[in-house]
Structures are given as C-alpha cells and as structure tokens.
Design a protein around this ligand. Structure first.
Ligand code: PRP
Ligand code: URA
Length: 213
C-alpha cells in the first residue's frame, strides 16, 4: 500500500502482542472487551499527542511555585460508530475522563456492503472540539468515510479517526476521501474477503464484543 501523510500504522510490540490474543477465536468475550479497551488506550496516548488543547496552571511544589501545562480534556469528544466503536470508548476515557461522547449508529448492508445510518446524537458545541471517531474495524472504509462526512456536515473541523485493524482497501479510501483527517490504525491486515471481512482480521467485532453470534 502507498504511504499516506495522514495515516499512522502503529508498529509497537505491546500492541502486536494484544492483537495476537484479540484475533484468537478462543478469546472470551470478557477478555476481548478488555483487550479492545487496552489497545485503544495505548493508541490514544500516541494519537492525541498533538491537537489537544492545553492550558497553563500554577503549581506550588513543596519547594517553589512553577507554571505547568495541563490538558483540557473537555476539548475532546469521542464519537464511536455503533455498535463496535462502543468497545473503544472506555479506552479513550481512561486518559480523557471528561471527554463527552457522541454516537453514530451505522450498519453495513450485507449485500452491497454500503453503510446505512440509523442513529446520530452529538454533544452541543462539537464543531470546535477535537473529535476522535472510533471503530475497531476499517474494512471497505464506507462506514468511516460516511461518519466523518456526517460530522463535517455538522461543522466539525478537527477530526481524527482510530481503528484497531485496517484493510488496505479501507485505509486507502479513507485517506483519499478525507485527506485532512489523521488516521491511526494499530495494524494493517492483508485484504478483504468476498463478504467484506478483513483477513486475517478477528471476525465480526460487534459480535465478539457483545456476544451476539
Ligand atoms: C462493522 C465495523 C465497522 C464496519 C466496517 O460494523 O464495526 O463499523 O463494519 O466496515 P466498512 O469499513 O466496510 O464500512 P457492522 O456494520 O458489522 O455493525 P456492528 O458494529 O453493529 O456489528
Ligand atoms: N466488520 C467487522 O466486524 N469485521 C470485519 O472483518 C469487517 C467489518
């Protein structure tokens, strides 16, 4: 796959280790959910190192007073793409506990593989926030592209997208459709199968998170 300036593929041994367990079909729902959260926290640490608002505060140590920067964590809004994106919300909240959450509900039509939007509820004032869209799977890229377009149509200007597993097809489509959006993917897989599933992937992320299979 071509390199895109707006795409970061993580290549960290700790993330690779957790993804190996996540992929394993024997991993329980509880462990799967915990791993999705942990991987998300590791990715958030890196992906929100730029773009987050900080303010200066005065801190009195036992020895003297100094000026320090602190993160304005209410400047971040998390937007999971339902359902599977919900599994990543706590992983961002660990680092940004006051981040508000907007929800975009989408499912892929199994025949056309195109996303259908069934729900959207966003916090007020989201236009000026740093919006972190989360979804564990970036397959054809249709859901991510449409969710981001919806946010842009609502006036959002600062958007980042984070997925745990990406297919080259989806990364290309998202990077080219939204070149102004920073895209973070923890691992790039081989390809999609004829049903639009990522190979080797991990199966259906929503089913594995919520036990719906
Ligand atoms: C999955 C996944 C993404 C989408 C990715 O959701 O969570 O939202 O597919 O596919 P795409 O890149 O080809 O659009 P799904 O439609 O299975 O819904 P669910 O989360 O409710 O299970
Ligand atoms: N959605 C999933 O949950 N898994 C895939 O492999 C592709 C889309």
């Amino acid at each position: 796959m071509k390199n895109y300036d707006n795409v970061v593929i993580f290549d960290h041994p700790l993330i690779r280790h957790k993804i190996a367990i996540l992929r394993d079909e024997r991993t329980s729902m509880k462990e799967f959910r915990e791993l999705v959260e942990e991987i998300t926290t590791l990715m958030t640490y890196e992906s929100l190192k730029d773009g987050v608002q900080t303010t200066e505060v005065e801190v009195k140590t036992p020895l003297e007073t100094c000026i320090q920067t602190v993160v304005s964590d209410n400047s971040v809004v998390i937007v999971p793409i339902l359902r599977a994106g919900l599994g990543m919300v706590n992983g961002v909240h660990v680092l940004f506990p006051s981040a508000r959450v907007g929800h975009i509900g989408m499912y892929r039509n199994e025949e056309t593989l195109t996303p259908e939007t069934y729900y959207c509820k966003l916090p007020s004032g989201i236009e000026d926030k740093l919006v972190m869209v989360v979804d564990p799977m970036l397959a054809t890229g249709g859901s991510a592209c449409d969710a981001i377009q919806l946010l842009k149509d609502k006036g959002c200007k600062h958007i980042k997208f984070m997925a745990i597993i990406g297919a080259p097809e989806g990364v290309k489509k998202l990077a080219e459709t939204h070149p102004d959006v920073d895209i973070y993917v923890s691992t790039l897989d081989r390809c999609l199968n004829e049903h639009g599933y990522i190979l080797p992937g991990l199966g259906d992320a929503g089913d594995r998170l919520f036990g719906t299979k």
